[in-house]
Design a protein around this ligand. Structure first.
Ligand SMILES: [Zn+2]
Length: 457
């Protein structure tokens, strides 16, 4: 049914006809924008509509394209704050993460993911890329439906009202030449061929895309990488891979193969414009040139990278080399794509001791259009006729956002607002978050508390 949303202000930053009108800084925010919606898509964007048209749904605040969370492991949400006790490294954190993973079943994972995806909707996220490797029962026995866990995640996103790209992940080995350990047996299909056979059973449907992932060069033997890459090519599907998050991975790859992880992926046909490297933290100049030259994307996860003491990836250099940027909340230490966007810039400031590496508009583009493209939703993440009707509205009257709206507007969204300021989220024309309340799941904090408590026993 046709419907009109009326935005008090809207950031139309990715509209081609307006790009450049404000120079390199981006596009000014438009006051009074009517977004006509039909069959889940935007049919018209009308500017200069200074009062709400009759029958229109009013979106008070600043409306942006929907945010894309390009890298998620939903179950890590159960670790938030509880894992902040004590010291250690990525590798000690991983042991705690495996404990939680060992307790998940299709039912308990559905309940947790439904709540986590609802938290995402409340944060303005309209699509999630779920990097999913928890495939089998403890010990590695397949469930009666071999995709019971993946289907639980798809159903959870459906109930939470957001789009999902299930990045079904090949995870076959513990290290270079090592079989999966006790915890990792749940993750493994044995071979890339068996992984492909199982992943092929997953069907795309409304709001659902199926993509592939290589967990890392640690987890897929080199001679099997091309099987995963070819599966993704055959479907024109997104292909993601954790890449050089830790120097230990680089050292082990060098010892086993005499090259960097990026070079290994390049030599086995994994890189390309449908591929996204997640983290891309510890890279050589040649790695950066390889990623940029092949058009391989980079998904930065700054809140997780700082939480896990990973280091700061060379996002600016990667983008200059030709790698499009996207953003993810990964371990969900926080779920706030606006924080991810500003953190990418602020990390670069700390490293370089200079300011202004990206405009706010460029940061928002990573959080919207380029993030959606990395997840196989090129028709989302922009407010224009023909795009998917996915958008979110940030309140401009909270303690964080009150004050003059800068001419370009995106600065308020990126450098002042947080997920707590999100007032509306619309996905495929459906008003999923209305006045900061989830319209499908009435008590999201309780859903989170109960599903997490069940895992901690
Ligand atoms: Zn990850």
């Amino acid at each position: 049914m046709p419907l009109t949303y009326w935005a008090e202000h809207a950031w139309l930053g990715t509209l081609p006809q307006t790009l450049g009108s404000a120079g390199a800084g981006g596009t000014p925010v438009e006051p009074g924008v009517a977004l006509d919606v039909s069959d889940g898509r935007i049919t018209a964007v009308r500017t200069g509509v200074l009062t709400p048209p009759r029958g229109a749904v009013t979106l008070r605040g600043l409306t942006l394209p929907g945010l894309a969370n390009a890298h998620s492991h939903a179950f890590h949400r159960a670790l938030r704050s509880t894992v902040q006790v004590g010291s250690g490294t990525f590798w000690t954190w991983r042991e705690v993460m495996y404990q939680v993973a060992s307790r998940l079943t299709p039912d308990s994972y559905f309940a947790l993911a439904r709540a986590v995806y609802a938290e995402m909707a409340l944060a303005g996220i309209t699509a999630v890329g779920e990097f999913h490797y928890l495939h089998h029962a403890p010990g590695g026995t397949p469930y009666a439906d071999p995709n019971a866990m993946g289907e639980a995640l798809i159903a959870a996103a459906g109930e939470a009202g957001i789009r999902i790209t299930l990045l079904d992940t090949a995870y076959l080995s513990s290290g270079f030449g090592e079989p999966p350990n006790e915890h990792q047996r749940r993750f493994s299909d044995g071979t890339a061929e068996a992984w492909a056979e199982r992943a092929s059973l997953l069907k795309e449907r409304e709001g659902v895309r199926v993509g592939a992932a290589v967990h890392s060069v640690r987890a897929v033997p080199a001679e099997q990488l091309s099987t995963v890459a070819q599966w993704a090519t055959g479907r024109q599907a997104p292909l993601h891979v954790h890449l050089s998050e830790q120097t230990a991975e680089n050292d082990a790859c060098l010892a086993a193969h005499g090259c960097t992880p990026t070079r290994l992926l390049a030599d086995h046909g994994v890189l390309g414009p449908r591929t996204t490297g997640v983290h891309n933290t510890h890279l050589t100049d040649e790695d950066i040139a390889l990623l940029g030259g092949t058009g391989t994307g980079t998904c930065m996860c700054p809140t997780t990278e700082r939480d896990l003491a990973d280091g700061i990836g060379p996002a600016a250099a990667l983008q200059r080399a030709g790698s499009p940027l996207s953003l993810g909340s990964d371990s969900h230490a926080v779920i706030d794509l606006l924080e991810e966007a500003r953190a990418m810039e602020l990390d670069e400031r700390l490293r370089s001791r200079t300011r202004g590496h990206w405009t706010a508009a460029a940061l928002l583009r990573a959080a919207t259009a380029d993030g959606h493209a990395a997840l196989g939703w090129p028709g989302a993440g922009r407010l224009e006729a023909g795009a998917l009707a996915d958008f979110t509205t940030i309140a401009l009257d909270t303690v964080r956002t009150a004050g003059p709206l800068p001419r370009l507007g995106a600065e308020t969204a990126v450098f002042a607002a947080s997920a707590a300021d999100v007032r509306h989220t619309v996905v495929g024309g459906r008003h999923v978050v209305r006045d900061a309340a989830h319209s499908l799941i009435p008590d999201v904090p309780r859903a989170l508390a109960e599903s997490i408590a069940a895992l901690h026993g």
